[in-house]
Design a protein around this ligand. Structure first.
Ligand code: UD1
Ligand code: UDP
Length: 356
């Protein structure tokens, strides 16, 4: 039995191709959902549209501080894993759900595979960095989205267990992009997402982001993460955001809708690790509003410009970058994240190592 442990929006997107690939191999699988993300449009929508069966168990352990959430997930997970005793646990990305899964499975001596292993931002103030480091070091097999991630793991002495498979989100992106037809008449837009702790933790920070949006040319569509909406309300900024000319905030969208948006974006403005990388699949350059270097190859290519919205010099540069950004043809997009067959490569490696 293989148990997938997921709980957050990007994890459902990463789970889909691997679940389907393991299904082709006839593997018995179950899904444990931590409940970290729980709104219909942050969770169920992805299971439906990506053809993943509903989770076997939902631990309903979302909300609260990092410690509270991680601990709640661990307590419930220990009971579930003890009951179903899987031969392998698969973890995705760098969230609290992943951290809880890694510690719990390791203490129960259940082998762990980590999908999206190896990115490092070399800054432990970034909460996800702590989750990535612990999870990688507790895992038995590590699947890297790019060459830099593999290099990072080699530097940390984990090279024996690590493979460059490419990014599994690219598998999902391609499976949807192939099906989605775009009407020629759809106008180009700037697509924005915004949710990281670092960008929602103070009124000043949120205001500086709204100030930047106000100075951008053209329509900005922003499917808003529930955390960000709650923080805008808390800081009394929602009305200002709603009145910004050309700024359209929507509810979070499903992945098909997201791919349609990305594919008509002339620029992506985000603090999302996933979307900043997807920008290179979709042909829209990325303004990244977080002080971490997660996808260094995209920075070197000048595809991704990282900036601090509270630093006026950075903001001026970001506005110049935005002013010049236009859609890039498929042939001219960066290609650092594999070939869209990451899931098949992962299954192959699991077989070679006798783990399935
Ligand atoms: C989490 C991950 C982050 C990832 C993101 C993906 C951690 C430390 N953070 O951040 O790495 O980039 O998921 O989206 O694991 N909320 C709702 N409804 C929901 C989900 C969240 O209202 O369905 C609200 C709640 O008020 C919650 C807050 O958003 O307290 C933050 O949610 P949480 O899961 O803690 O963090 P994310 O910002 O989603
Ligand atoms: N995404 C989505 N709907 C939205 C916003 C984002 O489907 O309304 C997708 C996005 O394209 C990417 C993933 O969700 O595939 C990224 O998730 P998120 O930004 O929540 O997390 P992160 O990547 O920062 O961990």
């Amino acid at each position: 039995m293989i148990t997938h442990i997921v709980g957050n929006r990007p994890q459902f997107i990463k789970l889909a191709p691997l679940y389907h690939e393991l299904e082709k191999e006839g593997c018995e699988q179950n899904i444990i959902h931590s409940g970290q993300h729980y709104d219909e449009n942050m969770s169920a929508v992805f299971f439906d549209e990506l053809g993943i069966p509903a989770p076997n168990v939902n631990l309903s352990a979302g909300g609260g501080s990092h410690g509270q959430m991680t601990a709640r997930i661990m307590v419930s997970l220990e009971e579930e894993l003890t009951a179903c005793r899987p031969d392998l646990v698969i973890l995705y990305g760098d969230t609290n759900t992943t951290l809880a899964g890694a510690i719990t499975a390791a203490k129960l001596c259940i082998p762990i595979a980590h999908v999206e292993a190896g990115p490092r931002v070399h800054n432990k103030e970034n909460p996800e960095e702590c989750n990535r480091i612990v999870t990688d070091h507790l895992s038995d097999i590590l699947f890297c989205p790019d060459a830099i991630s593999l290099h990072n793991l080699e530097q940390e002495g984990l090279g024996q267990a690590a493979y460059m498979t490419g990014d599994i989100m690219y598998d999902t992106y391609l499976s949807i992009a192939d099906r989605v037809q775009l009407s020629d008449r759809q106008e180009e837009v700037i697509v924005m997402t915004w949710h990281r702790q670092e960008n929602t933790c103070s009124r000043e920070r949120m205001e500086s982001i709204l100030n930047l949006v106000e100075r951008l040319d053209g329509k900005v569509i922003c499917p808003l993460h529930p955390r960000t909406r709650k923080c805008l309300v808390e800081y009394g900024l929602l009305e200002r955001a709603e009145k910004l000319p050309g700024f359209e905030m929507t509810e979070p969208v499903g992945y098909t809708e997201m791919v349609k948006l990305m594919n008509r974006a002339r620029l992506i403005l985000t603090d999302s690790g996933g979307l900043s990388k997807e920008s290179s699949f979709a042909g829209a350059k990325c303004l990244f509003m977080l002080d971490v270097d997660m996808w260094e190859d995209l920075v070197k290519d000048k595809w991704l410009y990282k900036f601090d919205p509270e630093n006026e010099e950075n903001v001026e540069e970001a506005l110049r970058f935005a002013g010049q950004a236009k859609r890039v043809d498929a042939a001219d997009r960066p290609r650092h994240y594999g070939d869209g067959h990451a899931a098949a490569k992962m299954v192959q490696k699991l077989k070679e190592r006798g783990m399935i």
